[in-house]
Every structure is written in structure tokens, then in C-alpha cells.
Design a protein around this ligand. Structure first.
Ligand code: ZN
Length: 223
């Protein structure tokens, strides 16, 4: 899919939780999208599935997961009209993201467009799933060279990079990388200048903006 080989991977604890079926749907989606692109983690995950009794290898379980995501969408608030320039879908989307689009009635095919809604200058989102436990997954588009306001988290924040790159106080991340930040991390992701950064962001609590001026942005990152 990409020339870049992922350098950042889910922790063993997160992969094992996924193998055991213990992850919230949003976090599971981000892990699955990473697994679509990372052979190294695919091998580790298969082993963990065997250790976990092959729970997710059961087809009925996987069908139930997709059904759950679709039913959760009914609980999402209505979205504002799209105001960002339309983005054309590439033909090499990770399989689990393409399936999620189908569940959302978004055409994942080549040359279709994605309904990003502007949340802040240069930042657009598409809600993917919102769960009763507060876990919220959204597809994010950060315009090339743009920064997400400096923030910390009220819980786990996971990012699965799809396209482009970003850099924060911790490291640089490229396509396929998986980023796991706990509440102790304060950071400001800045998209690479080469192209817009497309990623799945999953949080289990509202973002905590460190600059008081940015707290007005919180409604734009709803949980
Ligand atoms: Zn990996």
C-alpha cells in the first residue's frame, strides 16, 4: 500500500485486549486498520488469537461487530453541511476502513468523495462510531502543514495513520503507523507539508486543550 514500513505499532497489551474481544469498537477499528497494513503485527495478532482461543476468528463475531457499528450510528448527532473541499478516495484504502465506510453508506470506491465536516481551520472530521462508554472514533483530515491545537487527553488516545504524516513532541509518524498516547502525554500534532494527513483518531474522553483560547474548540471535537 505504501513504500513506508510502519515503525510504530500497538502495544502488546492493546493487541491482546483486541484478541480477547475486550476493546471498545472504536479502538478495535483503529487496530484492525493498522493490521490491514502491518505484516509484523498481523503475525503477532494471529498468535494472540490462538492464545485467546480464536475468538475473533469466529465469523459470527466479526459480523456482530459490523452490525454494532451500524446501530451505533443512529445515536450520532446530525452533522453540519460539509464545507471542506471534497477529498477523492484512493483505491488502496485499508480493508477495515473501506468496510466501515460501507456501514456508513459512504462509497469507498475510487474517485468517490468523503464528506469531511470542518471542525477548525484546516481540520475536518467524519464520525465513525460513538459508544455509550465514551469511546469516539472519527476519521480526521489535517491539511498539509496545519497543526491540531496543543492538548492532552482524559484517557487513551489512539491514532491510526492512513495517508500523509504528522509530527508531535514525541516522534514522527508515517502511513500505517499506530500511535498510542495515555493521559500523561501533552502534544500538538502537525501534519507534514507534503500532503494532507488522513488518520483515524479514537479517544475515550474529551480532548483537554491546554491553551484556554482553544477550549472554545472543544465542541468541535465532540465525544
Ligand atoms: Zn504493526
Amino acid at each position: 500500500m505504501n513504500d513506508y514500513t510502519p515503525q510504530h505499532h500497538p502495544s502488546e497489551a492493546l493487541l491482546m485486549d483486541h484478541a480477547l474481544g475486550n476493546l471498545a469498537l472504536g479502538f478495535g477499528l483503529a487496530v484492525d486498520v493498522h493490521l490491514d497494513t502491518c505484516e509484523q503485527c498481523q503475525g503477532d495478532f494471529r498468535l494472540m488469537q490462538e492464545l485467546a482461543g480464536g475468538l475473533l476468528a469466529d465469523t459470527a463475531e466479526q459480523d456482530l461487530g459490523r452490525h454494532d457499528i451500524a446501530s451505533l450510528l443512529d445515536q450520532l448527532p446530525e452533522q453540519e453541511p460539509a464545507t471542506m473541499p471534497l477529498v477523492t478516495v484512493d483505491s488502496d484504502l485499508p480493508a477495515h476502513l473501506a468496510q466501515c465506510f460501507l456501514d456508513l453508506n459512504i462509497d469507498p470506491g475510487p474517485n468517490s468523495t468523503l464528506p469531511f465536516v470542518t471542525r477548525a481551520p484546516g481540520i475536518g472530521t467524519i464520525p465513525l462510531s460513538k459508544e455509550a462508554n465514551g469511546t469516539f472514533a472519527r476519521l480526521m483530515r489535517i491539511a498539509a502543514g496545519k497543526a491540531v491545537p496543543h492538548h492532552s487527553h482524559n484517557g487513551l488516545e489512539v491514532t491510526a495513520l492512513i495517508k500523509g504524516s504528522y509530527e508531535d513532541e514525541v516522534s514522527w509518524y508515517g502511513p500505517g503507523d499506530f500511535v498510542e498516547h495515555g493521559p500523561e502525554i501533552k502534544h500538538q500534532p502537525i501534519a507534514g507539508v507534503e500532503r494532507d494527513c488522513i488518520c483515524i483518531g479514537v479517544t475515550e474522553g474529551p480532548l483537554a486543550f491546554t491553551n484556554p483560547l482553544y477550549r472554545v474548540l472543544r465542541p468541535f471535537f465532540p465525544v
